[in-house]
Design a protein around this ligand. Structure first.
Ligand SMILES: NC(=[NH2+])NCCC[C@H](N)C(=O)O
Ligand SMILES: [Mn+2]
Ligand SMILES: [Mn+2]
Length: 369
């Protein structure tokens, strides 16, 4: 009945927005001021696959308004800028594997960046860049956890669980990869069980050690594996929920079971590695290796909101965004989806940006001349 007049509706919105920007105090369910802050950085990695434009992903996500969105939600963050990947001259292939020195060097820089952010009490949010960058982010996260727990041996298994959301398993080895692209291999570099299958003389990776065991990683969204990858996953008894499981069980059940497996007591810090190509190309077309039949944006949000609800999210990757692919509409949708996934993981509720609990609606008297 008492519908405010149109001009008052927009005033309500303006007052509401101003009150959110005003202070970082109570922000209604989103990261409270004394929890960690999100440490956003770009990983300008593009040598893990063949398409240059993925290097522009981080800035396209920023330009689409990620930081404004986080701010409007009362999510504390700091932008740590970009990790520029140094192109190594004469980076000749090692057997089939392309650009191993450049990718490995870049991953080392990324690992250092992640450790810096965690030391400063941040939750690293890596914007990619191709998925080879996860060798860096997860290694850095693992080393940070060893440091936090006072474990001196850098070869120890890090107290860490990884949830990998992707159309692909990215568990090829330098010897099984058909494409020679390292973005299809990061998981094999990270798993202890895979180390007998990783050549130690692959140039550039001398610094890197596996930090995870196969029972600490699970996948959701798979639909485009290479046969060797499926073999490895079954052999190592890795938990995975391909798209047919998402259809049969529902995505909520898949995350629940995945997390129960990798983090049964919910006491391990969680690394969420989200490849945008997990989403269906109808939502996220601007990516280098799209695969039909993927997650809806709603399913993607359901996953990250569940992860958020565990309270264990400790680092996140959002990778494989390539703004040079697709038309303007597809690009805009991809960027919007990327922003929504990140904000959802950091506590943005889906229905609206949060309101302040001490907020009151404007009264007619506030507007009387
Ligand atoms: N991160 C990605 N998008 N990976 C796609 C990998 C595709 C393929 N399995 C390969 O090894 O080349
Ligand atoms: Mn993928
Ligand atoms: Mn991937």
């Amino acid at each position: 009945m008492a519908m405010p007049m149109r001009s008052n509706v927009s005033s309500v919105v303006r007052v509401f927005r101003r009150s959110l920007h005003g202070s970082s105090a109570s922000n209604n369910g989103v990261l409270s001021p004394n929890t960690k802050i999100a440490g956003v950085f770009g990983a300008l990695m593009n040598r893990g696959q063949g398409k240059e434009g993925v290097r522009d992903g981080p800035n396209a996500i920023r330009e689409a308004g990620l930081l404004t969105l986080l701010k409007d939600c009362g999510i504390s963050f700091r932008d740590y800028g970009d990790v520029e990947i140094q192109a190594i001259a004469s980076d000749d292939p090692w057997k089939k594997v392309k650009y191993s020195r450049t990718v490995a060097g870049g991953c080392k820089q990324i690992a250092d960046k992640v450790q810096t952010i965690i030391r400063e009490n941040g939750v690293p949010i890596m914007l990619g860049g191709d998925h080879a960058s996860a060798i860096g982010s997860i290694s850095g996260h693992g080393l940070s956890q060893l440091e936090i727990h006072g474990i001196k041996d850098p070869a120890a298994t890090a107290p860490l669980a990884v949830l990998w959301i992707d159309a692909h398993a990215d568990i090829n080895t330098p010897l099984t990869t058909a494409t020679g692209n390292l973005h299809g291999c990061p998981v094999s570099f990270l798993l202890k069980e895979m180390s007998p299958y990783i050549p130690r003389d692959i140039p550039g990776f001398e610094w890197q050690q596996p930090c995870l065991t196969a029972d600490r990683i699970a996948y959701i969204g798979l639909r485009a594996l290479d046969p060797d990858e499926l073999f490895v996953m079954d052999k190592l008894k890795i938990k995975y929920f391909p798209m047919q499981d998402v259809d049969k069980l529902g995505v909520q059940k898949c995350v629940e079971l995945a997390l129960q497996h990798i983090n049964p007591n919910n006491d391990l810090p969680l690394h969420l590695s989200f490849d945008i190509d997990a989403l269906d190309p109808s939502v996220a077309f601007s990516t280098g290796t799209p695969a039909m039949g993927g997650l809806t944006l709603r399913e993607g949000l359901q996953i990250v909101e569940y992860v958020r609800s565990t309270g264990q999210l400790s680092a996140m990757d959002l990778v494989e965004v390539n703004p040079t692919l697709g038309n303007g509409y597809q690009r805009a949708k991809t960027m919007e989806a990327a922003c929504a996934i990140i904000a959802g993981a950091l506590g943005k509720p889906r229905q609206a940006i949060p309101y302040k609990l001490d907020f009151d609606l404007p009264r007619p008297s506030d507007f009387s001349q």
